[in-house]
Design a protein around this ligand. Structure first.
Ligand code: GLN
Length: 288
């Protein structure tokens, strides 16, 4: 069987089993099975697919048909130009969150060395690690509650070469900055916290339900983390600093209202689908 034939049969199996975007997913699966990138895949379509490559691909297709998220099946996912390990027990990085990273980078005063950044609810670490890789002068701290997520986070810190420069702290963001008083005061807080309301959890897509509840559940109204960020973190930002968060559909106004109790400089920004997705609040005069 050639690589091309293997690709075609993976594609057919995925689409016959109701996976949208089967062509793209099949390509990712074949590339993973061959351990190659897209260019090598395109150049080697006529080559023979070794039996172990076929086995790997078939195994991944079966997992995908059982509605495991593609990112879990592949075991890694590219985010902001870096490859993050991902799997059961941690939220898979999403493209919207790459936009959050860009927004933060755009707003940072790049001339200032040593700005302290907290990535709260860091999961795989995709946000904080990408920021550190892009702007190495930042002092980035990752805070995560789940031990399973911390496992991936630590693997990613190692594989991306920031194990020494970016500490990972186990802790509960809902407790607020005071519970993390051993850390310096932040200049920048960035977070993509759990934001699905508890009652909406059962309605999620099958794939998303395979992601950890702890990474999705934002409490009764979906806003419990934003409330904590507003009340228990934002007031501790250094002056001139800011907080930038991603939120769920139709949450941006509520989040902005919570932040406006502690900031007079609020922006709501749309994602690439035109949905209000990010809220940024600057810290001016208020202080503890
Ligand atoms: N910050 C991580 C991400 O955006 C994890 C977020 C979470 O667990 N809710 O992927």
């Amino acid at each position: 069987m050639t690589v091309s034939e293997l690709y075609k049969s993976c594609c057919d199996a995925l689409s016959e089993n109701g996976i949208g975007n089967a062509e793209n997913e099949a390509r990712f699966i074949i590339q993973k099975a061959l351990r190659c990138d897209q260019t090598a895949f395109l150049l080697n379509k006529g080559a023979v697919a070794e039996p172990f490559v076929v086995d790997r691909a078939v195994n991944m297709v079966h997992r995908r048909i059982r509605r495991e998220p593609l990112q879990y099946v592949l075991g890694e996912w590219d985010f902001f130009g870096y490859t993050f390990k991902v799997g059961e027990g941690v939220l898979a990085p999403r493209p919207e969150t790459e936009e959050l990273c860009s927004l933060v980078i755009d707003r940072i005063d790049k001339c200032k060395a040593g700005l302290t950044v907290f990535d709260l609810c860091s999961g795989t670490g995709c946000i904080g690690i990408s920021l550190k890789k892009t702007l190495p002068l930042l002092d980035v701290y990752l805070v995560e509650y789940s031990d399973e997520a911390l496992g991936y986070l630590n693997e990613n810190r190692i594989s991306l070469g920031v194990a020494r420069s970016v500490p990972a702290i186990k802790g509960d963001v809902l407790k607020g900055y005071e519970a993390f008083g051993f850390l310096p005061r932040p200049d920048i807080i960035v977070s993509n916290p759990p934001y699905i309301s508890t009652f909406e959890l059962p309605l999620l897509q099958t794939e998303v339900k395979k992601e950890p509840v702890v990474a999705l559940d934002g409490g009764e109204d979906g806003l419990v983390f934003y409330r904590a960020l507003a009340e228990k973190w934002l007031p501790y930002l250094n002056e001139g600093g800011f907080i930038a968060v991603e939120c769920g559909d139709e949450q941006a106004d509520d989040v902005a209202a919570m932040f406006s109790e502690y900031s007079g400089d609020i922006s709501i920004i749309k994602d690439f689908n035109g949905i209000d997705r990010f809220v940024i609040a600057g810290k001016e005069k208020y202080d503890i």
